[in-house]
Every structure is written in C-alpha cells, then in structure tokens.
Design a protein around this ligand. Structure first.
Ligand SMILES: Cc1cc2nc3c(=O)[nH]c(=O)nc-3n(C[C@H](O)[C@H](O)[C@H](O)COP(=O)(O)O)c2cc1C
Length: 266
C-alpha cells in the first residue's frame, strides 16, 4: 500500500474506543478478509506489524484496572507486534497499528487499543512471534452494541465525550493567522488520536511547511511508551494533511522529539 486510503481521513473523526461487543453478530467473511488483507498490505516499516486473529480471544480481555472496565464479548482481536531491535519501534507500531484501527472503523467495526488491561500470556498462546518480536498491545475488533453501555460510559470515564486537552496548549510555532489550512487540519486530527489512559503526551510545532511531534507533559508512563501514542498521532497528522490534498514525508528524530512531517508543497 503506497498511499494512505482517503477513507481513513473520515475514520479519524468516527473512531472511538469501544468495549462492549455484539455476541450475536460475527464479523463475517468479507470484512474479515478485508482486514486480513490490509494487515498484510499496510507495512510502512519492517519492524512493526499487525495480525488479525479471527477466533474469539478467550480470556484475553478478562482484566479490569482502575478506571478501565472489562472489554466484553469481543469476537476477534488485533495483535500489535514490534521487533524490539529497532530503536524506533514504538512510534512505528503506533503509526502502523492506528492504520489498521482506522481500516476497521471504515468497515463499521469497533476497536480499542489495549496495552494495560489484557492478559498477554493468553494472547501470546494464539500468536506466533519471531525472534526479537514483542506483543506491544492488542485490540478487540467486532461489531459493537448499538448503544453505549453504562460500563463504557462510566468506567472508561471518557466514553463518547472524547475529552481532549485544548489545542492551544499543545501547538506552538507559526501563529494562527500564518498557519496553512493543512497544518490546522493536521493538528486537529492529531488531537483526536487515542492515547493510553487518554494522557495525550504530545506537543506539535508548526513550521513553514512542517509539523514536529515531541513528547510533552508529565503524565505517568504506566509501562506503555509515550512514543507509541505519538506514533498514532503521526498517522492522524498525515491524514489531516491529506484531507486538504497535502502529502509529505516523515523524518524520525531523537528524544524527546519523535518525528517531523514535511509537506511536499507549502
Ligand atoms: C497505547 C494505548 C493503550 C491503551 N490501553 C488501554 C487499556 O489497557 N484498556 C482500555 O480499556 N483502554 C485502553 N486504551 C484506550 C484509551 O483509554 C482511549 O484511547 C482514550 O481514553 C481516548 O478515548 P477514545 O479512544 O475513545 O478517543 C489505550 C489506548 C492507547 C492508545
């Protein structure tokens, strides 16, 4: 897959974490095959990959933690697998994994990145990892209950509200009146990106034809790399730009910066 699908631009605004699935509605052959195919085709980096596991994930999600409730009745799951010999594996995993999450959203399926409230041993028993690879996160995938359940709204504490920090606090660089429209749309899309515990650990610097993503804030690590969250935001930036017809290239950067997107034209 050389270009990002335009359908993912729309999925950015539709996606939200779902934790209650419809037992009576299996994913079906067409959607399952499409997801499988896109997992194989969307491999922008050799060190990160996503596997679609069609079988029910047994007790993988039977774990709650603090404010997170259990994930219920997931019919299938996605496994986010990284090769740990690559020092940039976390941001690459976030970028790659979010592509598959947005593909699932485009297919009308619910998802939820899960790096904390799952049993990795159970998940690993259903996967084949290569030497040096690690399971970095999973996601349930399937049709959701029509209505938001009480648990989804209350236990997640985020639910449909999509609580996000104000854009002004996370963006620096060119002032509002000088920002190109594509850059505005890009940071708006990045603001909607999911992050572990909704910590939104990112800052965006808008240059003349570029956006630099850095790690920001003192939110807890929870054993989940903030570079993974930033990788997710990177894909959202690219899709926000694409919604204005702008493409560009990523350059990976060193701590505490993550990456810079430079537009092919200003
Ligand atoms: C890397 C990552 C790890 C996450 N881990 C969990 C988890 O362990 N359990 C869970 O229920 N949600 C988890 N989430 C979902 C976040 O809580 C959710 O994305 C965030 O609250 C924003 O809500 P939204 O996805 O509905 O926009 C995770 C999200 C990300 C990106």
């Amino acid at each position: 897959m050389n270009e990002l699908p335009v359908s993912w631009c729309n999925a950015v605004t539709l996606r939200c974490s779902r934790r209650s699935y419809d037992k009576s509605r299996p994913i079906g052959k067409d959607a399952g095959e499409k997801l499988q195919r896109v997992c194989g085709e969307f491999r922008p980096f050799s060190s990160s990959r996503v596997e679609f596991v069609a079988e029910p994930p047994d007790d993988i999600f039977s774990r709650a933690l603090g404010f997170y409730g259990n994930i219920k009745n997931a019919p299938s799951f996605l496994a986010f697998i990284g090769d740990m010999s690559d020092g940039n594996v976390q941001e690459k995993m976030g970028y790659t994994g979010e592509g598959i999450i947005l593909e699932a959203t485009s297919l009308g399926l619910g998802t939820c990145w899960v790096a904390l409230t799952y049993r990795s041993k159970s998940a690993l028993s259903m996967l084949k990892l290569k030497d040096g690879e690690k399971l970095l996160a999973v996601s349930p995938v399937g049709y959701t209950m029509e209505a938001w359940t009480f648990g989804e709204n209350v236990f997640s504490a985020f639910g449909a509200n999509r609580k996000r920090k104000p854009l002004a606090g996370m963006v620096s660089g060119l002032d509002n009146s000088h920002r190109p429209l594509w850059a505005e749309k890009a940071v708006e899309a990045a603001r909607l990106a999911p992050s572990a515990t909704n910590r939104q650990p990112w800052a965006f610097h808008i240059g003349l034809a570029s956006i630099t993503v850095s790690i920001s804030g003192s939110s807890p690590q929870y054993n989940v790399s903030k570079r993974l969250d930033c990788g997710i935001a990177m894909l959202h930036i690219e899709l926000g730009a694409l919604s204005c017809g702008i493409t560009g290239k990523w350059e990976l950067l060193k701590q505490a910066q993550v990456a810079r997107f430079t537009a092919d034209r200003p």
